[in-house]
Design a protein around this ligand. Structure first.
Ligand SMILES: [Zn+2]
Length: 282
């Protein structure tokens, strides 16, 4: 290995220590700081050069290098909740989070930089609870693309440098605030191209999709339908996707049906960091 990596990582470490004291939570300020940091800009330049001839590959929710399930045959599943932020919802579903706390149900929370900006105190509180694992849902909540793909009307990142910022800037932002570097990255909408999944892997993160789509994000989906979507598709190791940034959706109500039903069937709940992961659709 060249000496470049340790030097670079050291630079990021030092910068992280400085940021940790000032706790920058504003995306615009934070990215300006990163662009002034040579550890960040050198890493970006190196990765961009490395991927210069890598084609975008397939675009989708289940592309190569993306994991979707816990590697276990036991009755264990992972509940994951996204917080998208910006015009995709910067609310906080307190009822949902309080239910998880009350029932001591561990969960993985994928959080965007924009959502953190709108909920800095809530974010810090959630990150301090061992019940929750905080992971990366992108800096600006853009689907991760090296050539400007869009999904559900949401503009993806325009190119490789843009994709780098979307993944790495939010990972560093989370690390600066919480002291823990995320392990996983879920692209906005869960769509990404193969190059971005590879890029995440190169940066040290596992790209994550999902196995069981709760459908809570489809407008006006009744709680009973969300619960049915989950309960009919659940199986050992399944990774369920829901949201905790839209209290007006019926996610919390559905969850209070889903959890007791699954417990009755003998299921337990785990965070992503608790199990090795696998892909199901390669
Ligand atoms: Zn999202």
């Amino acid at each position: 290995m060249s000496t470049w990596w340790p030097v670079s990582l050291l630079g990021i470490f030092i910068q992280t220590a400085v940021w940790a004291q000032t706790r920058p939570t504003d995306n615009a300020t934070f990215i300006r700081s990163l662009y002034r940091d040579t550890a960040y800009t050198n890493l970006k330049a190196r990765v961009v050069q490395q991927f210069a001839h890598t084609g975008a590959g397939r675009w989708g929710e289940f592309v190569r290098e993306v994991d979707e399930d816990l590697l276990t045959n036991r009755k264990v599943i992972a509940l994951t909740f996204d917080a998208c932020g910006g015009r995709y919802g910067s609310g906080y579903d307190r009822q949902l989070i309080d239910y998880l706390r009350r029932e001591k149900i561990p969960a993985t929370l994928f959080v965007s930089g924009k959502w953190i900006d709108a909920n800095p105190d809530t974010f810090v509180r959630l990150a301090g609870e061992t019940l929750f694992e905080i992971e990366n849902h992108g800096f600006n909540h853009q689907p991760c693309s090296v050539d400007g793909q869009s999904e559900y009307g949401i503009c993806g990142t325009a190119d490789l440098p843009d994709a780098f910022d979307e993944i790495e800037a939010n990972a560093l932002k989370i690390q600066c605030i919480t002291g823990r570097r995320p392990e996983f990255y879920r692209s906005a909408t869960a769509y990404m191209d193969e190059a971005c999944a590879k890029l995440a892997r190169q940066l040290g993160y596992v790209a994550i999709s999902f196995d069981v789509l709760s459908g809570d994000a489809v407008p006006n989906t009744p709680a009973a339908d969300i619960a049915r979507n989950v309960l009919t598709r659940i199986r050992p190791g399944a990774l369920v996707i829901m949201h905790f940034n839209r209290p007006e959706w019926n996610t919390a109500e559905a969850l209070q049906v889903i959890v007791p039903q699954l417990q009755k069937q003998g299921y337990r709940f785990a965070k992503l960091e608790d199990y090795p992961l696998k892909a199901i659709n390669r």
